[in-house]
Design a protein around this ligand. Structure first.
Ligand SMILES: [Zn+2]
Ligand SMILES: [Zn+2]
Length: 334
């Protein structure tokens, strides 16, 4: 019998198709004609030497006199960084003008790299750049919320090969964050604790969905995982905002991200994926009921009519089986 499971943070339901479940190996990408990606591409706007092809950088980290990470405004920004915020309500039509910030984090000068193949120190520079930009952008009074995310591969929404992630600061709190905050606040009212800390404690006691643990972070497959091999990375310490991350936690998060992405890279043969940092809005940075985390979502299935029509998902895999599979993926070769 299939089983319906509910995500405790969003109240979203998923059908876990236990009977026609696919095995983890069914998702390993078959790539008969692997393409070798070059380290440098002459017309790539993110490759060294082509800095003039991007708007002026807002942040950079250098090593041995050369940039290692570069943050630049997105040339095709979804929002405008100029102008003042204005809201309008006309009957049921509500609008906010499109002010905000949209930046690209160029993660490495090497066009052929992918996060799983970078060193811990390289990834730490990326995490540090996220934090620096997060703080600078949160200071902007027009900004309500900052979303940090990565699209890797065409099914994850990017056509640019050069490793990069993005930061979008919006003048409203996105519904996905709002829902999580409302659910978490209700749980806090009732139980006097953070729902995320509680789930983390229960998962650590149960162990079956844990993929990897480091000193400061825990990675697990959600009990009600909407899609195959989705993962959550939680800081063990209660923190509502990503901006509260401390230096030793940044290094540890880099270590965790590298291991998790390497497990996906090795275990599922470099699938397309997204990750997103789900942090509290700036004004809720010390909230006792919200807890930031990273969602990693390999793009192995397509969102179809049922998902669009119902908001429910069908997951053709079993979260516990996926967790065991990823736990056992050896990443010592990377
Ligand atoms: Zn490039
Ligand atoms: Zn917490």
């Amino acid at each position: 019998m299939p089983e319906l499971r509910q995500n405790p943070f969003t109240k979203q339901w998923v059908i876990i198709a236990t009977e026609r479940a696919k095995r983890p190996h069914d998702f390993v990408r078959k790539n008969d004609n692997p393409v070798t990606i070059p380290s440098y591409v002459a017309n790539c706007p993110f490759c060294p030497g082509n800095e003039h092809l991007t708007p002026g950088e807002s942040h950079s980290v250098h090593r041995n006199g050369k940039w290692q990470v570069r943050v630049v405004p997105n040339k095709f920004s979804a929002l405008s960084s100029e102008g003042e915020l204005s809201r309008m309500v006309d009957g049921l039509k509500r609008t906010v003008n499109g002010v905000g910030i949209h930046e690209v984090v160029v993660e490495t000068p090497d066009h052929s790299q992918t996060t799983a193949l970078l060193s811990e120190q390289d990834i730490e520079m990326i995490v540090r750049s996220y934090k620096d930009r997060y703080f600078a952008i949160t200071d902007d009074t027009r900004v309500e919320h900052v979303t940090i995310f990565k699209n890797h591969g065409t099914s994850a929404g990017t056509s640019l090969e050069h490793p990069h992630s993005q930061i979008i600061a919006t003048p409203i709190i996105p519904p996905d964050i709002r829902t999580r905050m409302e659910v978490a606040l209700r749980f806090y009212d009732e139980h006097g604790k953070c729902i995320f800390c509680k789930v983390l404690m229960d998962e650590l006691a149960e162990q079956v969905r844990i993929v990897h643990e480091t000193q400061h972070f825990v990675c697990l497959v959600p009990f009600a995982s909407l899609t195959p091999f989705s993962l959550w990375i939680f800081p063990r310490r209660h923190m509502a905002s990503f901006g509260e991350i401390q230096p030793e936690e940044m290094l540890d998060l880099a270590r965790m991200l590298r291991i998790v992405l390497a497990k996906i890279y090795n275990g599922l043969a470099n699938p397309d994926f997204n990750y997103v940092v789900r942090t509290a809005p700036g004004e809720n940075r010390y909230s006792r009921y919200y807890h930031w985390y990273v969602s990693v979502i390999p793009r192995l299935t397509k969102v179809a009519g049922f998902e669009l029509g119902s908001g429910m998902f069908i997951n053709p895999t079993i979260p516990e089986t996926n967790a065991r599979f990823l736990r056992e993926v050896d990443v010592s070769n990377l």
